[in-house]
Design a protein around this ligand. Structure first.
Ligand code: FES
Length: 123
């Protein structure tokens, strides 16, 4: 019954390849994602700077702060909030780690792009 929900998780990498303090670019369908390992906790964001759309995976990550290479906007690795400018915010995706495998769920943006945002709103 919950098969559809379970299928939203896509294995993108493992903790063998994404060490603490590292970032990695992955693609799920047509969605470009950057995954970060902050002290053992994994976060996933759209790989697109909210400023002018540069790929954040091409920027720098020091284990806590992600810096866009284009114009140096900075974001918190944990949660994706803007550090400078503070009002900016990364688009976060759900992520989880099971048996050292990193899974990301981008179904929210996929649904959005299909113009079906109302589907998940039914109760
Ligand atoms: S595109 Fe990222 S800071 Fe300008």
């Amino acid at each position: 019954v919950s098969g559809e929900a379970a299928d939203r998780w896509v294995a993108v990498t493992t903790l063998d390849d994404l060490w603490e303090g590292e970032k990695q670019a992955v693609v799920i369908g047509r969605v470009e994602v950057v995954v970060l390992n902050c002290d053992g906790e994994v976060f996933a964001y759209e790989d697109r700077c909210p400023h002018l759309g540069s790929r954040l995976s091409e920027g720098r990550f020091d284990g806590a702060i992600l810096t866009c290479a284009a114009h140096e906007w900075t974001f918190e690795g944990r949660g994706g909030g803007g550090v400078n400018p503070a009002g900016a915010c990364l688009r976060r995706f759900a992520s989880k780690v099971e048996d050292d495998v990193v899974y990301v769920d981008v179904s929210a943006i996929v649904t959005e792009r299909r113009g079906m945002t109302g589907v998940t709103g039914t109760q």
